[in-house]
Design a protein around this ligand. Structure first.
Ligand code: NAP
Length: 197
């Protein structure tokens, strides 16, 4: 299963202000930046509970069209009052979530929410990251990235500058495999043998 990230952030790396507002991203809203094309390429949207709360409070579920949306939370959520969206809840490790989604036949997941993206990255499960940087520094907020126990190598795919000073970059994540070891080591039969010992 492919796992992709597509988000907007301030140049200093924040997805939202500490109070969840994201007025600083609005500059980019009127400029086409490929979100619709990206959304059409995925078959399931996986969002963290905090992102879900923000989308719910704004009534923005229309953003996801008819896609299956999965909210991750360790606490049971009452989703029954939310109409017009194909919504479900899951919890578990990122590996368990991907395995369950694969079992249900999904092929390409869009993962969203800072904490959530960070967990999938640490698990070595993210394949593609598209970041649109909006030309502003906000100093504090909710970060896209967080601590890692090892480097994750990214391969630059493309960068495009858009009207209004936004810069969109796309990266392939191919430095770390699902096992948490580098792709080179995964493909090396000696390394695989050593791992079995
Ligand atoms: N700029 C953008 O493009 C963009 C994109 C996405 C989000 N945002 C904003 O960024 C902020 C995101 O906040 P955030 O990074 O703190 O949180 P988040 O990732 O949206 O949500 C974190 C929560 O998701 C749940 N969760 C994550 N992984 C889980 C797992 N494997 N199993 C069970 N539950 C799991 C946990 O919920 P429980 O605590 O309930 O267990 C966790 O506390 C929001 O303000 C959002 O609106 C901006």
């Amino acid at each position: 299963m492919r796992v992709s990230v597509f988000c907007g952030m301030s140049v200093d790396g924040f997805l939202a202000r500490p109070d969840d507002t994201f007025d600083f991203l609005k500059a980019g809203e009127s400029v086409p930046h490929g979100f619709t094309r990206f959304l059409n390429s995925v078959d399931v949207v996986v969002i963290g509970r905090r992102t879900f709360e923000v989308v719910r409070s704004l009534g923005h579920f229309g953003l996801y069209g008819k896609k299956q949306v999965v909210v991750l939370s360790g606490t049971p959520l009452d989703l029954s009052s939310i109409q017009g969206v194909n919504l479900g809840q899951m919890s578990g490790t990122p590996q368990e979530i991907v395995a369950q989604l694969e079992k249900r036949g999904f092929k390409h997941a869009y993962i969203d929410g800072g904490i959530t993206i960070q967990a999938f990255l640490r698990a070595g499960l993210v394949n593609r990251i598209t970041i649109t940087r909006v030309p502003v520094l906000i100093g504090q907020g909710i970060p896209l990235f967080g601590p890692l126990s090892h480097d994750i190598q990214l391969r630059h795919v493309r960068t495009q500058s858009c009207k209004g000073g936004m810069v969109q970059s796309e990266y392939q994540v191919d430095g770390v495999g699902r096992s948490g070891i580098s792709k080179k080591k995964r493909l090396d039969p000696k390394a695989r043998q050593n791992k079995r010992k």
